[in-house]
Design a protein around this ligand. Sequence first.
Ligand SMILES: Nc1ncnc2c1ncn2[C@@H]1O[C@H](COP(=O)(O)OP(=O)(O)O)[C@@H](O)[C@H]1O
Ligand SMILES: [Mg+2]
Length: 417
Amino acid sequence: MPRHSLEGFSSPGSTGKALSFLFISSAVILVIMVLLVLFWKCIKPKILSLKKVKSTKNGPDYFSGNLRTISYFDYCTLKRATRDFDTKNQLGGGGFGQVYKGKLVDGRMIAVKQLSLGSSQQGESEFLAEVRMLTSIQHKNLVHLIGCCSEGAQRLLVYEYMKNGSLDSIIYENSETFLNWKIRFQIILGIARGLQYLHEDSNLRIVHRDIKASNILLDDKFRPKISDFGLARFFPEDQAYLSTGVAGTLGYTAPEYAIRGELSEKADIYSFGVLAIEIISSRKNTDLSLPTEMQYLPEYAWKLFERSSVIDLVDPKLRTDGIVEKDVLQVCHVAFLCLQPHPSLRPPMSEIVAMLTCKIEPMAAPVKPAFLGRKHRIDISLSLEPPSEILSSPPQSNSTFSPLPNRFSPPRDAFKR
Ligand SMILES: Nc1ncnc2c1ncn2[C@@H]1O[C@H](COP(=O)(O)OP(=O)(O)O)[C@@H](O)[C@H]1O
Ligand SMILES: [Mg+2]
């Protein structure tokens, strides 16, 4: 056979080999491709979701809190510390149980909250809510949970003891302790900082839902700590508002929450506004023993504001002791911004802290709060529909804002401390 006939043509045997090689290799490629598609479609998502579960376990746990940060006490230890829950050691008590002062064997002073479980299971959910919340957060203006006890039907929470009790016992009642303006201002600022942490700075977004004077504790130096997290809720980042049944305290409740159950951090901001005016005036937000015009504190405060005499709101004892008038007016202005009827108008806590510390000038003039007149109160209880006057549309521009009396607008840098 001539040499060229061998080149370019293969023998029948080698052609068969080449064909079978081609067949096998394309079959292998096909199998690999099918496997790849299978992996992409079915197996990978499973692996990813497993990884996600693992990472949430390592990261902040929304459901169980970081329980390792607190101690577990047995019931006997707490019984001994409080001298068998002696009524003489009772510090307070409210909706869900009593609070007792106690002393541990190492000398540490504690406050023990004994939750009444009852048949409603509300005590149990209060207990879990508070443990979850307080083990997930830490700030100098939030009460510190030392530990808990869950033994049989007993549910107890153990806190650091706050020597000066709660703010309500000092500002409303004829307490022997008098708080001067400097301390009152530090209390207002401390509460604002605690709320800023809850709403904006902690890695969880939290709405307290029950900001009021009896839930503000004071340590030995009258530094304020927000307490009572039984009603507090973790708030998903992407949710505009939660409606989990209206809870809280009358007189402190924001109108949109009381009427429509719309809950956001702005409800806490409203309550903060009420509390700030209470601290300045040393009185409860509602006092039916007073003349009609003075009974509801924010309404009375607004009337004084419209008459350019908001300074008359200040507790006379405090005035005699000495106040810094421009600072008081500044706090009133901030409080009115918090009391505005539309949640979107109320400034976030970070801005409130900045205004109180004079890092920014107060914003626009406040819009009149949504007062529930006697007639409206009856309407609401019957229909649960917002009377139009109470929740009218938010102003579209600053031009519709109520004019602010001149004496209320502080001069530039007037409030520098
Ligand atoms: N750590 C504490 N130190 C001192 N007093 C406290 C402490 N915790 C609570 N109290 C007192 O007990 C009262 C009720 O406590 P709180 O936690 O608000 O429970 P409740 O759910 O009953 O409102 C407070 O208003 C305060 O007077
Ligand atoms: Mg309370």
